[in-house]
Design a protein around this ligand. Sequence first.
Ligand SMILES: [Zn+2]
Length: 74
Amino acid sequence: MQKIIVHSSGCSAVESTSTLNVFVKDIEELVEEVYGLMKQYSIPFYRVEPHNASCPGPGYPWEDLEYQLFVLTH
Ligand SMILES: [Zn+2]
């Protein structure tokens, strides 16, 4: 099953084409983009993952994003 990987806006280490890559932006826009991909590719919210420990980084409000996706999908 595919994953959606979330990157910081300046990340240049975007991986292969086997994952779907999105870049952080305004939270509402990001939620819309990720949710659109989830629907398009039938990806559950728990397959949406941060790239790594420093991308998008410890300062990113990951819980907010997860919560909004969770609410949209339930
Ligand atoms: Zn990254």
